[in-house]
Design a protein around this ligand. Structure first.
Ligand SMILES: Nc1ncnc2c1ncn2[C@@H]1O[C@H](COP(=O)(O)OP(=O)(O)OP(=O)(O)O)[C@@H](O)[C@H]1O
Ligand SMILES: [Mg+2]
Length: 439
């Protein structure tokens, strides 16, 4: 690169070409401006890449400190302005426009004919850009898809038995409005928009616990989160890891090391009480032992180092977890997932009934009758009812029968299902919420 040229001098600061020595100060400035809400559709990683490739960039310098930076990336006759960042205390001095003007000069020298600047928020810089001759393109809609897997990651993911889940699992999760809203706001939104979250001082979560009675949808929620984020999903099975040579602790360490090779991932450990039981009862519960709990406790801080990974642990028995395991520095949220409410049950029945092609089923009656059932129980009842209808119509050949399960078929099936969650379980769950939930 040629020695950096000074481009324009304004009172108090000057704009000059970017130089490699500026890198550290520039990255620092991006950090500061991102938390102050100055955003870009280009990630910091992409901007760094552009700087390394000597793409055009300018900095504003005041008393030897870098207080502003603008950079672009050029392909042929087209340039994209990637990011214009100005130190939060130097706003209102016309710095973005000055940076842009000098950046344009460099672009013109490179024979660029069209300069585009895609902003995550319309109002950002709108006036300055109009003044600088930029025209807002009203017909443009910016769509973006993040590929879940980076180069070489498919092999790692496969070796972990993980995969990228379909994109619609979250939407297919019926009802459970309260839980869904909570997870959307606390988990998904900060992870999907880390820069905006940072701008509000919100730290994206790294690890959560879902607890609740069996069959209430903990696994379904974990998969839904991965699906919603578009991140790969890896489930760790303590019982399978235990079979590995060197034992469970060693297998956990090796697995977490491999998980570390993935840029983005949701790691799910179901029935975590098996590996992290209260240490005083240690080996008597599941396969847990001091060594294994300790290994898991050690793995969590390393796992937490990156903000594009989420550990989801699920348990039916939050009260039997090791106390140290649950503390705030390790898990950001401890979220109850309870039996479905009325709306959730109604939504589940509607989904099941829709499969049977009958329009005369009384969903309200089913919703009422299934009050004490979990989603898993409702699934089971719906399958039973479908089987009755199938047997009646196909195997017994009932003449003139309407196809699919009737309200009566469903009600008979519901009555035959033994609820997984008893009244005592519900009471215990309420106590657990009072004692352990952190949302
Ligand atoms: N909100 C929901 N909408 C539709 N189906 C659901 C919902 N929640 C759970 N299910 C269905 O209920 C069944 C049980 O859910 P899931 O396996 O997620 O429960 P779990 O809490 O993980 O159970 P366990 O404690 O036994 O591991 C699954 O078949 C799932 O598809
Ligand atoms: Mg489960």
């Amino acid at each position: 690169m040629l020695p950096a040229r000074n481009l324009s001098v304004v009172t108090g600061w000057l704009v000059r070409e970017y130089h490699d020595d500026d890198l550290e100060a520039v990255v620092h400035l991006w950090d500061e401006t991102a938390s102050a809400g100055q955003l870009s559709v280009f990630s910091v990683g992409e901007c760094l890449g552009a700087l390394r490739e000597d793409q055009p960039a300018v900095v504003a310098v005041s008393e030897g400190h870098i207080v502003g930076v603008a950079l672009a990336t050029v392909t042929g006759e087209r340039a994209w302005v990637m990011r214009i960042a100005v130190h939060p205390q130097r706003r209102g001095e016309g710095m973005p426009s000055a940076l842009l003007k000098d950046l344009e000069r460099l672009l013109i020298e490179l024979r660029v004919r069209r300069i585009a600047y895609v902003l995550p928020h319309e109002e950002l810089m709108a006036e300055g850009l109009t003044k600088a001759g930029y025209e807002r393109q009203p017909a443009v809609a910016y769509y973006e898809k993040k590929e879940a897997l980076g180069p070489g990651e498919a092999v790692t993911l496969e070796s972990l038995g993980g995969r990228v889940l379909p994109g619609d699992l979250w939407d297919r999760l019926s009802g459970m409005h309260e839980e869904k809203t909570l997870i959307e706001n606390r988990i998904i939104a900060p992870l999907a928009h880390p820069e905006e979250a940072g701008g509000h001082g919100v730290l994206p979560p790294r690890a959560i616990v879902l607890f609740g009675p069996p069959g209430t949808g903990k696994t379904t929620f974990a998969r839904g989160i991965a699906s919603r984020l578009g991140w790969p999903f890896v489930e760790l099975f303590p019982s399978r890891l235990a079979g590995d040579e060197g034992g469970l602790a060693q297998a956990l360490r090796a697995t977490f090391a491999r998980v570390g090779e993935l840029e983005r991932v949701v790691v799910f450990i179901d029935e975590v009480e098996e590996i992290a039981p209260q240490r005083e009862f240690g080996t008597s519960v599941g396969q847990g032992s001091h060594g294994v709990v300790n290994e898991l406790l050690k793995s969590i801080p390393t796992f937490r180092e990156r903000d594009t990974r989420l550990l989801v642990c699920a348990t039916n028995s939050v009260r039997s977890l090791d106390k140290a395991f649950l503390r705030p520095g390790r898990f950001d949220y401890v979220i109850p997932v309870g039996p479905p409410d009325k709306d959730a049950r109604a939504a589940m029945w509607i989904t099941h009934v829709a499969r049977s092609r009958r329009s005369d089923v009384d969903v309200d009656a089913l919703t009422f009758a299934s009050e004490s059932l979990t989603p898993a129980d409702i699934d089971y009842a719906a399958r039973k009812a479908a089987q009755y209808a199938f047997e009646r119509e196909v195997i017994e050949g009932a003449a003139g029968a309407v196809r699919g399960a009737s309200t009566e078929d469903y009600l008979i099936a519901v009555r035959q299902v033994r609820p997984t969650v008893t009244a005592a379980d519900v009471a215990a769950f309420r106590e657990d919420i009072a004692q352990y939930a952190r949302v």
